[in-house]
Design a binder for this molecule. Structure first.
Ligand code: NAP
Length: 353
């Protein structure tokens, strides 16, 4: 248990995002003043979902203009804040230029936000949304981990600008955050490392890669089969709870794997068959690895044959016990998260019928 301290404003970078939406919701419902630095404070179509929550909550939300790549732009939003949630970072895989589209905003953005923290005496804790992608690069790495299980001790050493650049962006950004945090003693850094995030978003038209992945299960892309591409998943609401615990539990420290279930694409799709299988082309067969290897790069440029070789049919396992013991996370069943997320995609018109 922990108490959400609403005495000072709380800043959430990337408030318009899938992950941050539920953090903002929980803060507003607890009565906090949320400072939301966003790239475009005039974009009513993006902000209306957060505004609707604020209207019915005891807290309030204030918008500021900021960009990860614009040095000093988080200043106004951070003044007088005690807690900084730094979630903003691009989560996309289809990129033309990984350096400018992924690495720069992740790394320079983290530096920009944390240098502002250094200049803001009221801040005493930063919660950074890193990723399990900063712990491992490919599933082949999981096999090399002690006992074949990922823990918070492990760092991703296999990703690079040319191979798994998103994972590389999260790794260099988290390393930078620890470097800046360890160079001072006024504020502490607590890191959450989520696996793939699923569940209903605050914004039903979210652009997070999470939505693209689940959308594929109903739009026909995987109708001939889904690969056994393994990873962990966590519900977005459980992840928000983990962020809040990381912020408000005085003894929270270090990294935290936030992952409810070890699963794979095929198994995730099977959770949808009962409720949606009659109306949508949910994959019902496993796509064999050789076929994935052959087809993947033609369907999705980011899915190289090297990625297929190192990940498909290779199990993924992570130790989430620290999150349960130290942050008190109670993970909900994957079926519930998947069905609620898919229903949201249906309701928001994601599938042409
Ligand atoms: P998302 O919905 O795409 O949200 C990304 C957020 O980052 C958006 O609010 C976006 O703002 C902001 N952003 C991107 N580039 C920016 C820039 N140059 N300046 C300022 N803001 C910028 O993605 P998400 O899934 O919620 O991801 C949020 C965080 O969770 C990321 O750090 C991601 O790495 C991490 N994470 C996600 C998952 C997952 O499965 N979803 C798993 C592990 C970790 P705009 O609205 O202006 O675009």
């Amino acid at each position: 248990m922990f108490t959400i301290d609403t005495a000072s404003p709380i800043i959430v970078t990337g408030a318009t995002g899938f992950v941050a939406g539920h953090i903002v919701k929980q803060l507003l419902e607890a009565g906090a003043t949320v400072r939301a630095p966003v790239r475009d404070p005039a974009n009513e179509s993006k902000l209306k979902y957060l505004n609707a929550i604020a209207e019915n909550a005891s807290g309030q939300i204030e918008y500021f203009k900021a960009d990860l790549l614009d040095e000093g732009s988080y200043h106004d939003a951070m003044v007088d804040c005690s807690i900084v949630f730094h979630t903003a970072s691009p989560f996309v895989t289809a990129v033309k230029d990984p350096q400018t589209q992924l690495i720069d905003p992740a790394l320079l953005g983290t530096r920009n936000v944390l240098e502002e923290v250094n200049r803001t005496p009221s801040v005493n804790r930063v919660v950074l949304t890193s990723s399990c992608a900063a712990i491992y690069g490919d599933n082949a790495d999981v096999q090399k981990a002690p006992g074949g299980i990922l823990t918070e001790e492990i760092w991703n050493t296999s990703s690079s600008l040319s191979h798994q650049p998103y994972s590389y962006s999260k790794t260099v950004a988290e390393r930078e955050a620890w470097k800046i945090a360890e160079a001072q003693s006024r504020w502490d850094l607590v890191v959450v490392n989520p696996s793939l995030v699923i569940g209903p978003g605050i914004n039903p038209h979210a652009t997070s890669e999470s939505f693209n992945l689940v959308r594929q299960m109903g739009d026909g892309s995987l109708k001939s089969g889904a690969p056994r591409f393994s990873f962990g998943v966590v519900d977005v609401r459980d992840l928000a709870q983990a962020h809040l615990a990381a912020a408000f539990k005085p003894d929270a420290k270090g990294r935290h794997i936030i992952s409810g279930h070890d699963t794979d694409l095929f198994e995730m799709a099977q959770t949808l068959v009962e409720q949606f299988g009659n109306d949508y082309p949910i994959p019902r067969k496993v796509m064999p690895k050789w076929l994935v290897w052959l087809m993947a790069p033609m369907v999705n440029k980011a899915m190289t044959r090297k990625i297929v070789s190192l990940n498909v049919n290779v199990p993924w396992k992570a130790d989430n016990s620290k999150s349960i013991k130290e942050l008190g996370v109670a993970y909900r069943p994957m079926d519930a998260s998947m069905n609620e997320m898919f229903q949201q995609l249906v309701d928001s018109g994601s599938f042409k019928k």
